[in-house]
Ligand binder design. Sequence first.
Ligand code: GLA
Length: 405
Amino acid sequence: MTTATKDARLSQIADTFQKRYGKAPSVTVRAPGRVNLIGEHTDYNEGFVFPVAIDREMIIAATANGSDRINVYSLDYDACDAFVIPTSTGDDAMSAIAKSEKHAWADYLRAVIATLRKRGYKVSGFDAVLLGNVPQGAGLSSSAAYEVAVVTLVNNLDNLGISAKDAALIAQQAENKYIGVQCGIMDQFISALGKEDSALLVDCRSLDFRAVPLNLAWRDYAIVITHSGVQRGLVTSEYNARRAECNEGIQALSSMLGRKLNSLRDIDLAEFEKQASKLSDKVARRCRHVISENKRVLDAVAALESADLVEFGQLLNASHCSLRDDFEVSCPEIDQLVELSQQHDGVLGARITGGGFGGCTVAVVANKAIDSFKDEVIPAYEKLSGKHAEVYICVATDGAQVLEL
Ligand code: GLA
């Protein structure tokens, strides 16, 4: 997004705020969506991920209203929601805020407020306007952007002193416990802690992380995200099923090895392969993906740091095969898009990104080939799949922050 577009969105939110509430907002925050370069379905297995915060974000402007109510207007849906902040804490706070009967979009706000109260944080009433441009159902983490934006907002309005890591954990808990998706920490973590021009290598066991400068532009390459036009389906049930299958693998491997594995991080590929034939075929493939993907993440970071983009691209391709064949989270359209992308001369590597079952691909494309990628790969894909695809050139941004209006 250009600065001019961003300025236009900020004035739109400020004008709307003034019209609706007759005053100016006191705090405006943004939290970005993300694209994951490599390390898929590893986060909830205590593994490694390598995501980038992107210039698609949720913006919230707000001001305290001196009451115990939250009033919110969504510019994207042209709709309002209002609810009372519970005085209770702990699990009672979670049940004290029901899901909205009318607006699914309002539930993410409700989820975060309930979680903050569950943890005993003070939340004072406020009036707010929301404006987001992370495509929904695209695997670019629009919900994490929204949740992290809400934590960042309340953190500022009520001076709560919540660290960026805790903001990510609170947002994740809201998604797990209130929304009901058993996601890992990656999306909320990168939305809270992303760094401009960098990807973050995150160890999802310790939550230690390191920013790795991308410098791709200077090396004449760009990270290109393509929305396949397939909305993700069955995400919650299939996602939760994959988690359960990984857990089944951990239990079975622990008893085979006679030592307790806490996660698939505790076994390497060589040791795993010796046991694999004793597992059911499905569980073995799920585990093989996770264990091999962890290694690919570390190899990909090493490749990037030694400016070996060819190797980096090949690791992306290998990750796609593993997600398609072993973890089974791709779909026919995405496979077509990835294959067409990989066949294009200017592309070093491409794969599905995010939770799967539709959504986006990520590719490393030579700058000088971006036009031909758009002119050749996209129409060929659209013809084959009958879907409309959209290309975004990834700009790596900072994580959640307070904005000046
Ligand atoms: C979704 C989840 C993440 C992660 C990815 C797959 O985006 O929210 O926690 O598990 O899927 O890598």
